[in-house]
Design a protein around this ligand. Structure first.
Ligand SMILES: Cc1cc2nc3c(=O)[nH]c(=O)nc-3n(C[C@H](O)[C@H](O)[C@H](O)COP(=O)(O)O)c2cc1C
Ligand code: SF4
Length: 508
């Protein structure tokens, strides 16, 4: 992962933990209404892909156990990972592109409801993404993938050569000459792997996205409602299709690119179609970016303007992330795929402890507050969710009190300790396992390996009945945490063996 050149090491500082009484009176643990959905607190677990579904994208027992474990911590809401809306295989993230996925997703909904005692609301993030291929072997690229055109022939002075001879010649050229010979996209396909863009309107399926996507999102949202989710989050963030429509780099000339109004057109058309399908009594919002964080990308002024339009259209919430784009991703190894969280924009999305003077904690709070202020100034009360490096109670409470956001997202912090919410609410914040923002979890995500956290995945590996990674070296879920009764100050470690660390706590 890219890191800021300053390389300043930051340590998480959760600050002072509240007593149970103080937590009870806080904004963070106050109920909150979003559209038709009442949250028990203003806490939110943003979408995180754990890589636990089947290759076909169906729900597994591991998926159910994962979300059940998060639900035991009783956050206000959990957003289920980015879930593909098309009926095409895309590996172990979940899918919702056909009615056959509903049964598995319903089981997941039931498990979360039961584990949280009905306290946690469950949404699902709906995603569309375009094709991306692995970085090819140069030989293969020139022999098979590159489309030979007159431009190549002219550059090689090889107009009459058979195509194979042109390919052979290109395959032997040094990099410096290839730079002259290939266009920008061809060079990118060679160095990074081929990647489709929303601006590739010469491809019929890309040209037709404004016709196909509203229906795909709408059918997925209808299935989500049928499966029992409390709401849907349209994924308009990061490196994926809808964010690329919003991006300032979108220069489509068919009325869906260029000016802001054109760039927001498809995201609004998708939303309206979804709203028509699920009705006004169902929670629908979106996740989008405060900034692309790439050269010539969209900035916070765009985000504020889009926020007002989303609010005007009737979205129930706006969840704000930042960065996470392909455009500045690191070059993958031959055979690997570009990953959108490896460049500076990726850093902004999941800021890591090695940082710059601003540090990794709450980098998105000020941009998000600008979006919220614009939405409020336009007369809308649409709630704004902010995330990025938030791990402490005081940090969360302060940003709510200062009106910078309405709900607080804790992604990696809830992965480090899904019981954060209960522990803090019960006045037991000192027992929180605080995220150290190393991005070990994100590295697993990049490898498409089952996501775990380094703070717990080697703990109590001998515990009977736990599930482990294929190599047996990592546990798949954090150890349990429980109390005899809510508010009781006695810490009872549940039916498992205490770790050395916990035993030490007891003996003291
Ligand atoms: C393992 C992992 C998977 C993620 N998957 C998604 C995803 O499916 N959809 C999404 O919008 N963001 C995803 N994110 C980004 C998080 O939702 C969040 O925006 C980011 O981690 C910053 O918040 P944090 O500092 O609270 O972790 C993922 C993050 C991690 C660490
Ligand atoms: S592995 Fe754990 S500690 Fe490290 S960033 Fe991820 S959640 Fe935080």
């Amino acid at each position: 992962m890219w890191r800021p050149p300053q390389k300043i090491k930051w340590h998480p500082d959760p600050g002072r933990w509240p007593s149970a009484e103080e937590a009870g009176q806080s904004q963070l643990f106050s109920p909150f209404q979003i559209g038709e959905m009442r949250l028990s607190s203003r806490t939110w677990v943003p979408a995180m892909v754990p890589w636990r579904a089947t290759e076909e994208g169906t729900v597994t027992e591991a998926n159910i156990a994962w979300y059940e474990r998060f639900a035991r911590g009783r956050p206000g809401a959990i957003v289920v990972e980015a879930t593909g809306i098309r009926d095409v295989p895309s590996g172990p993230p979940l899918r919702i592109g056909d009615d056959r996925f509903i049964a598995g997703l319903s089981r997941l909904v039931d498990a979360v409801r039961q584990a949280s005692g009905g306290e946690t609301r469950l949404l699902i993030q709906l995603i569309d993404f375009l094709a991306i291929r692995r970085r090819p072997e140069p030989e293969k690229f020139f022999r098979r993938h590159l489309r030979i055109t007159d431009r190549h022939r002219a550059a090689l002075d090889a107009r009459a050569w058979p195509e194979d001879a042109v390919r052979e010649r290109l395959a032997t050229l040094p990099e410096a000459e290839l730079i002259e010979m290939l266009d920008r996209r061809e060079l990118e396909a060679l160095r990074m792997g081929y990647r489709e863009r929303v601006t590739d309107t010469d491809l019929p399926h890309i040209r037709d996205l404004p016709r196909t996507l509203p229906e795909l999102f709408c059918a997925a949202a209808r299935r989500a409602r049928e499966a029992g989710f409390d709401g849907v989050e349209l994924h308009y963030a990061h490196a994926y299709t809808m964010a690329s429509f919003l991006s300032a780099r979108n220069d489509r000339s068919d009325g869906y690119g260029g000016a802001r109004w054109n760039r927001v057109r498809l995201p609004l058309e998708v939303f309206r179609r979804v709203r028509e399908a699920v009705g006004s009594d169902y929670t629908v919002g979106c996740r989008y970016l405060t900034e692309d964080c790439i050269e010539d990308g969209m900035g916070v002024d765009d985000a504020a303007w889009f926020g007002v339009e989303f609010a005007r259209a009737g979205m129930d919430f706006l969840s704000l992330s930042r960065g996470g784009k392909f455009e500045d991703a690191k070059q993958p190894k031959v055979g690997g795929s570009a990953y959108p969280y490896t460049g500076p924009s990726g850093y902004e999305c999941m800021p890591q402890y090695v940082s710059d003077e601003r540090g990794p904690f709450g980098r998105n709070v000020e941009p998000a507050s600008r979006v919220r202020a614009a939405v409020r100034a336009a007369g809308f009360s649409t709630p704004v969710v902010v995330s990025g490096g938030i791990h402490g109670f005081e940090q969360a409470e302060t940003l709510l009190r200062e009106g910078k956001a309405d709900l607080v997202g804790f992604a990696r912090q809830s992965l480090a300790d899904p019981d954060w919410f209960r522990k803090v609410k019960l006045g037991r914040g000192a027992e929180v396992r605080v995220c150290i923002y190393t991005n070990y979890c994100e590295a697993l995500d990049q490898k498409h390996a089952e996501v775990t956290c380094e703070l717990w995945d080697r703990e109590a590996l001998g515990e009977p009945g736990i599930s482990k990674s294929k190599d047996g070296k990592r546990r798949m879920l954090p150890p349990a945490w429980s109390t005899t009764e809510e508010g009781d100050t006695i810490h009872i470690i549940s039916a498992r063996r205490a770790t050395a660390h916990e035993r030490k706590d007891y003996e003291e």
